[in-house]
Design a protein around this ligand. Structure first.
Ligand SMILES: Nc1ncnc2c1ncn2[C@@H]1O[C@H](COP(=O)(O)OP(=O)(O)OP(=O)(O)O)[C@@H](O)[C@H]1O
Ligand SMILES: [Mg+2]
Length: 239
């Protein structure tokens, strides 16, 4: 049975999609059949980050409303035999279907993939709860500032209420020169506040940003040190 991993954050722009896509590249390169499920309705980005924007003809809205079969809306990354993407629509909400149809979709995806990495909708509404319910694990991505930390903790508590026991957090966009500054929360404060396990730290790095914008996520380049950084988190941090 495949594992469903939800990548969350309290604050927008923390790096959910970045982490989701790069994690997917690592799992796929390890031979696991991996799907990125972008559920950020009307605000999706995973297709851009993965370089698959122009390959999308059908989307999850078409599947949920019965326009096409699931297989039709899943796009394969031609550069990796194990990497796939399923996106929600860009112009239409999926809320009306989510509560009823997501459990069925999840069970289907569990049997078709080893790992499904879910990029959830922004916010905390009913759709978020419907998306989070039933996942196996959750990673909350925070940035090293008080705003992201507080909001990340709020999300983590919500995930706990939803019964997700296997949870961890990742600190992203660390600026080394500011590490240790009195004004910003340090690792100890972040670990204490979040309560769940720290799985890794990623620095602010132009290679990550350029990878996203060129449709070649940094973890897809096996010669880059960023591949090593993501691989280490993905495989050694027990996400
Ligand atoms: N470690 C990093 N170094 C440099 N840039 C980064 C890093 N992580 C993310 N970014 C950049 O920060 C921006 C936000 O990242 P991303 O889109 O992954 O966040 P998000 O949490 O998915 O945002 P949203 O809430 O809008 O969905 C993007 O422009 C991305 O390229
Ligand atoms: Mg995003």
């Amino acid at each position: 049975m495949g594992q469903l991993i939800l990548i969350t954050s309290g604050k927008g722009g923390s790096g959910k999609t970045t982490f989701a896509v790069n994690l997917a590249h690592i799992y796929a390169s390890e031979g696991l059949r991996t799907l990125v499920l972008d559920l950020n309705q009307c605000l999706r980005n995973a297709d851009i980050y993965m370089g698959l924007e122009s390959d999308i003809i059908f989307d999850l809205g078409d599947v949920l409303s019965g326009v096409c079969r699931l297989e039709k809306a899943i796009v394969q990354d031609e550069r990796s035999e194990n990497l796939f993407l399923l996106c929600c629509p860009q112009q239409r909400n999926i809320e009306e279907y989510a509560g009823k149809r997501l459990p069925e979709l999840y069970s289907r995806l569990r049997s078709d993939f080893d790992v499904v990495i879910i990029d959830p909708p922004t916010g905390f509404g009913e759709l978020f709860s419907a998306v989070a319910k039933g996942v196996d694990r959750a990673v909350t991505v925070i940035t090293p500032d008080h705003q992201a930390l507080r909001n990340g903790d709020t999300v983590d508590r919500r995930l706990e209420e939803l019964g997700i026991r296997r949870r961890c957090f990742v600190v992203n966009r660390v600026v080394p020169e500011l590490w240790g500054s009195e004004e910003l929360p340090g690792l100890e404060e972040m670990t204490r506040t979040m309560r769940c396990r720290l799985a890794g730290v990623l620095t602010e790095d132009s290679g990550v940003h350029i990878g996203n914008n060129s449709g070649r996520p940094c973890a897809s380049d096996h010669d880059s040190y960023l591949y090593g950084v993501f691989r280490n988190i993905a495989l050694n941090a027990d996400i």
